[in-house]
Ligand binder design. Structure first.
Ligand SMILES: Cc1ncc(COP(=O)(O)O)c(C=O)c1O
Length: 439
């Protein structure tokens, strides 16, 4: 497989209500308020996100869901964390006090980065309240109002949320489903004089695509960043969840310690409820990055930082990661097998090296309700209502809700193989009612 979609890059303005049939401008309740006109302009004109609407649809009780992006709750290290938390609380009342970042946790982050193939120092580490805060802080560090930001056509929606207040221009880049971000398209845009304030990208286990950037593209991308003085914000929450062989190739940060701002997270390797992550930035920027972060929350929970540091002191993480990889490997392989079994000829999908997501592109010839083009948004609504099976339409990951309607993102993180197979079999009937031939 391997499809290359959208070979040309496009330049559009974020927040434009153009072409958004499903998106409602503003919120009905807010519009009824006199206060509406007092709101900041960007939020007044903010479209309701398709993803949010879809999440409401798919999170009804009793749904067999390929939709969620959640890690497997049964794998959270509850007992180990409870023990670490209890010890921290028992030993020092300052665990509940305001306080600076916990140095021991930064040391652990330096070690985790080493596992990822990156050499860095504690003075380059800024602890965050999750990778999402890292995206927000990096955006506020780099973007000017109305400035140009570059990201992929299908991308984690947290970047759209972070840049929204800046009402930026957006350079949308295509992604090759086998080799990742189309670095050539970026090079052409740069050569044509485009100057993004930064590029946001997820080089490994891309959300939503499941792709990883080919090693030769990593080198080229970093060269472009240096040559054109364009910072890269590298989001790597799944980097330690490589499922094959040695895991993922070293991240971009391993190739450059000046132009790459790295974002890591404990959400997928421990638990998202901890709300803890980190940034690796040039040491000379660390203070300014911390100032921006402090404007949001003063500091990430000191109690959680201490408890996580204590948990990592026990040396439990290496074995825990192995357990997680075994769970996700089994489920990924099962989902891929089910796709092979149930999807019709003409469908293409990614084979992720890790993380949680598989991206499926259906043949445009399929029809829903016997009329019009295949529309995965309409198919989802029917599939949930009639069969209680959910997936996420690709359109949820674009800025244009009409884009990506022939694609879906599937998550294998929370279902066992039998349920994955049942969910895929049902989903395929809705995605492809007229072409339901086995491959
Ligand atoms: C690519 C990507 N970045 C960031 C996040 C947010 O992570 P965190 O929980 O660390 O804020 C997610 C969560 O799913 C994600 O998929």
């Amino acid at each position: 497989m391997g499809v290359q979609r959208g070979t040309a890059s496009t330049l559009t303005r974020a927040g434009s209500p153009a072409g958004s049939r499903d998106a409602t401008v503003g919120d009905d309740a807010a519009q009824a308020l006199g206060l509406e006109s007092a709101l900041a302009r960007w939020i007044r004109h903010r479209e309701r996100s398709l993803l949010r609407e879809m999440v409401t649809v798919v999170s009804q009780p009793g749904i067999l869901s390929l939709a969620g992006g959640l890690p497997d709750a049964a794998s959270f290290p509850r007992d180990e964390y409870a023990e670490a938390l209890g010890a921290v609380l028992a030993e020092d009342p300052r665990a509940l006090q305001y306080g600076p970042p916990v140095p021991r946790l930064k040391e652990h982050v330096v070690e985790l980065m080493r596992w990822r193939g990156v050499e860095c120092t504690v003075d380059q580490v800024v602890l965050t309240t999750g990778a999402q805060q890292g995206i927000d802080v990096a955006t506020r560090l780099l973007l000017e109002p109305g400035g140009l930001v570059a990201h992929e056509r299908f991308s984690y929606t947290g970047i759209h949320q972070a840049v929204g207040p800046f009402e930026p221009q957006v350079l949308t880049l295509p992604t090759d489903l086998e080799a990742g971000l189309e670095v050539d398209a970026l090079a052409r845009a740069l050569e044509a004089g485009r100057r993004p304030r930064f590029l946001y990208t997820i080089p490994d286990a891309h959300n939503p695509l499941g792709t990883s950037l080919a090693p030769e593209r990593r080198a080229r991308l970093v060269e472009l960043a240096r040559e054109h003085r364009m910072p890269i914000v590298e989001d790597d929450p799944y980097g330690l969840l490589g499922l094959d062989g040695e895991g993922f190739a070293p991240p971009l940060r391993a190739l450059d310690d000046e132009w790459v701002i790295y974002l890591g997270s404990f959400s997928k390797i421990l638990a998202p409820g901890l709300r803890l992550g980190w940034m690796v930035v040039p040491a000379a920027l660390a203070t300014r990055v911390s100032v921006i972060k402090e404007a949001g929350d003063l500091e990430s929970s000191g109690l959680t930082q201490r408890a996580v540091a204590r948990l990592l002191d026990t040396g439990f993480l290496a074995a825990h990661l192995e357990r997680l990889r075994a769970i996700y490997r089994r489920r990924r392989d099962a989902l891929l097998l089910s796709l092979e079994r149930h999807l019709p000829a003409g469908a293409r999908w990614t084979r992720p090296g890790g993380g949680m997501f598989v991206w499926v592109e259906l043949d445009g010839g399929g029809e829903v309700d016997g009329g019009g083009e295949l529309d995965t948004v309409a198919a989802l609504r029917r599939c949930v209502a009639e069969e209680r099976v959910a997936f996420i339409p690709g359109a949820a990951f674009t800025r244009d809700p009409h884009d990506g309607r022939q694609a879906v993102r599937l998550s294998y993180s929370t279902l066992e193989p039998e349920d994955l197979d049942r969910a895929v079999a049902v989903m395929v009937r809705y995605l492809n009612p007229n072409l339901n031939q086995p491959r």
